[in-house]
Design a protein around this ligand. Structure first.
Ligand code: NAP
Ligand code: GDD
Length: 377
């Protein structure tokens, strides 16, 4: 029998950390999940899959990307074969509000991992969660591994440091360190303050009578949106190659924020018509005349990334990546279906317990729905 591989994952409580955990556990790995201390529990995305597993399959540990000692302890104790650094302050807009913290966690967090790996477990393979935000104010389209970076946010500057330090440790010390330059990927587990999930949760709430309006920023920004569970498979594939290298993972198809909202609205039989321009633009339900979407300058960033579209040819050839695995329409449909079920559940709960602080239970309910579908009891 071959020995179980051990993977250490930072950012385990996030969208990608949870899907990667599902993926690795299904392949027989032992997963060590690093999470930071928080005043409330936020294990909603991983709890249902991991809670019944013994320590030989899953072990959660406290750790923080700002704390090198916690990283060193984890590496010394568990001696992982693979390290996935997915932890980050990952919100681009918020990085303008907390730039120094973002640099520390999202940028320096990577060198804390790499230094510790170099000293303690140099055999371990390291995955760095790099980002299409690195291309920023894009210098060519579509963007590939050879497109120059042009970051325009504190988040992207921090990710640029993490990207180059991973490359540097590969070249200087021969570590197996790779960058996955992932374009936007979404799912029902996506954080609710990223545009796609904000749209699907809000439209579902409007449909259920729990909210009035969706208020967004730049309707004309374009993104290359894929499905997160497909993307985490590539993270793993990058660490199974003979030689370490960097890869773009994208669908190669870009849509505007406006299109995302239109497709999501169509799932609740709303055809939107747009009136006005700039921050005065509104989206109207063409059947009822009701204003459903509004624009606020609050959601614009000090510097906008207007358009991202990836060229994933290298990953297609070398990793077997299938950019068409989940279509844009199917992605939006999955998210809307899920959020409509959650909204319905919220309505029933509110009827029964008007004073229940629903938000604190929400992530647990989200997983219950996933588990029913996955057949997990
Ligand atoms: P996410 O949902 O925001 O998850 C981020 C994770 O990092 C969470 O588990 C969070 O913990 C953790 N974290 C934050 N600060 C930390 C700290 N100081 N120490 C330890 N952990 C910390 O992000 P995601 O969408 O899963 O993305 C995963 C990674 O890929 C991130 O590095 C992101 O920047 C990058 N990326 C994402 C995309 C995308 O489209 N999703 C595209 C390209 C790159 P809490 O739960 O406690 O907040
Ligand atoms: N969040 C948000 N909220 N974005 C909005 C809104 C709004 O109300 N209105 C318009 N947008 C626009 C943003 O300006 C951006 O152009 C686009 O919608 C997508 O925004 P987000 O979903 O917040 O994602 P992002 O592209 O800024 O960053 C995500 O993708 C990166 C990869 O390209 C994050 O996951 C990053 O961590 C990741 O690196």
């Amino acid at each position: 029998m071959t020995e179980r591989k051990t993977a250490l994952v930072s950012g385990i409580t996030g969208q990608d950390g949870s899907y990667l955990t599902d993926f690795l556990l299904a392949r027989g790995y032992r997963v060590i999940g690093m999470f930071r201390r928080s005043s409330t529990f936020n294990f909603g995305r991983i709890d249902a899959v991991t809670r019944k597993l013994g320590e030989d399959r899953f072990q959660g540990i406290y750790g923080d990307l700002a704390d090198a000692s916690s990283i060193k302890h984890a590496l010394t104790k568990y001696r992982p074969d693979e390290v996935y650094n997915l932890g980050a302050q990952s919100h681009v807009g918020i990085s303008f509000e907390i730039p120094e913290y973002t640099a520390d966690v999202t940028g320096l967090g990577a060198v804390r991992f790499l230094e510790a790996i170099r000293a303690l477990v140099p055999h371990a393979r390291y995955y760095q969660a790099s980002s299409s935000e690195l291309y920023g104010d894009v210098l060519e389209s579509p963007q590939s591994e050879t497109t120059p970076f042009n970051p325009v946010s504190p988040y992207a500057c921090a990710k640029a440091y993490a990207f180059y330090i991973a490359q540097t440790y590969r070249r200087a010390y021969g570590l197996y360190a790779v960058n996955g330059i992932l374009f936007n990927h979404e799912s029902p587990r996506r954080g609710e303050n990223f545009l796609p999930r904000k749209v699907t949760t809000r439209l579902a709430a409007i449909h259920a009578g729990l909210a009035d309006k969706l208020v967004v920023g730049n309707l004309n920004a374009k993104r290359d949106w894929g499905y997160a569970p497909d993307f985490v498979e590539c993270m793993h594939a990058m660490l199974q190659q003979d030689e370490p290298d960097d890869y773009v993972i994208a669908t190669g198809e870009a849509h505007t924020v406006r299109e995302f909202i239109e497709v999501a609205a169509s799932k609740i039989d709303i055809v939107l018509t747009w009136e006005g321009s700039g921050v005065a633009e509104v989206g109207i339900d063409s059947r009822t005349g009701r204003e459903i979407v509004a624009v606020s300058d609050r959601y614009f960033r000090p510097a906008e990334v207007n358009e991202l579209c990836g060229n994933p040819s290298k990953a297609v050839q070398r990793l077997g990546w299938n950019p068409r695995k989940t279509s844009f329409n199917d992605l939006v449909e999955k998210m809307m279906k899920h959020d409509l079920e959650v909204a319905e559940m919220m309505v029933r709960l509110r009827e029964r317990w008007p004073t229940l602080p629903i938000d604190s239970f929400k992530s647990a309910f989200l997983r219950e729905i996933d588990d029913e579908k996955a057949g997990i009891s």
